[in-house]
Design a binder for this molecule. Structure first.
Ligand code: NAI
Length: 248
């Protein structure tokens, strides 16, 4: 029997990149996956079903509370339960703090932090009734502070505080809540650096990874699958880095 058989997971931002890799790994472990994204996520669903897994797509803008509520309701209606909530959807709008527009601040906070709050809260309401569940929130090594990312760092630090609080409030309800901080993973969010300064920006990021190469979405997906499984039952309120040694 696979580790996540009979479990249902929601993964936000799963149309591509890390979210897609996470959704695929969860499905490989036997979970039914609701692939949630702002855009059409049929590619992810097709890949999962081609491997013999079960997945459905659902459109959501995580910065809208009513849409996140509808997403959780949709998962429960479709698969009869919700066991694993992965709040992965995120964006960046980088720029130095002294030049950052209030709009770029608000937009990143709305998606990366408030979206994670909506997803965590809505899933936990249901999981408290059920007395079991897994919340896995995707932050970033940037939560410790990073030049050009005041908005993103603040949002990702907020995700840590939110998740650790959720972990403590729900530790006796059979729910674990953990944070993953990916390091430098090759996705649409990062691959654009290959176009900056003839690829020098990409090379500079890779040079900061002790292992010497960018991670793959599946590297993070395998960690999510472990945290979602019974094997991780005694792990809660943790911040776990997945970055080839990049985050210290
Ligand atoms: P990406 O840009 O490749 O994919 C993000 C996905 O989220 C897209 O499918 C997009 O449509 C979706 N999305 C964006 N806004 C949304 C919204 N309001 N509602 C629903 N879906 C929305 O990004 P990537 O690299 O896959 O990042 C995923 C997560 O991992 C983000 O939270 C990011 O901050 C985090 N992360 C990524 C790292 C990397 O090296 N790629 C490093 C550290 C953290």
């Amino acid at each position: 029997m696979k580790r996540l058989e009979k479990k249902t997971a929601i993964v936000t931002g799963a149309g591509r990149g890390l979210g897609k890799g996470i959704a695929i790994e969860l499905a490989l472990e036997g979970a039914n996956v609701v692939v949630a994204d702002l855009e059409i996520a049929e590619d992810t669903v097709a890949e999962i079903t081609a491997q013999g897994g079960s997945a459905v797509a659902c459109r959501v803008n995580v910065s809208r509370q009513e849409e996140v509520q509808a997403l959780v309701a949709f998962a429960i209606e479709t698969y009869g339960t919700l066991d694993i909530m992965v709040n992965n959807a995120g964006i960046n709008r980088d720029g130095m703090l002294h030049k950052m527009s209030a709009e770029n601040w608000d937009t990143v906070i709305a998606v990366d932090l408030t979206g994670t709050f909506y997803g965590t809260q809505e899933a936990i309401k249901y999981m408290r009734e059920k007395q079991s569940g897994r919340i896995i929130n995707i932050s970033s090594g940037s939560w410790l502070g990073n030049i050009g990312q005041a908005n993103y760092a603040a949002a990702k630090a907020g995700v840590v505080g939110l998740t650790k609080t959720a972990a403590r409030e729900n530790a006796r309800k059979g729910i674990t809540c953990n944070v993953i901080c990916p390091g430098f993973i090759e996705t649409d969010m990062t691959v654009k650096l290959k176009e900056v300064n003839g690829g020098a920006a990409w090379d500079s990021m890779v040079s900061r990874v002790p292992m010497g190469y960018a991670g793959k979405p599946s590297d993070v997906g395998k960690l999510v699958a472990f945290l979602a499984s019974d094997d991780a039952a005694y792990i809660t309120s943790e911040v776990i880095n997945c970055g080839g040694g990049m985050i210290v």
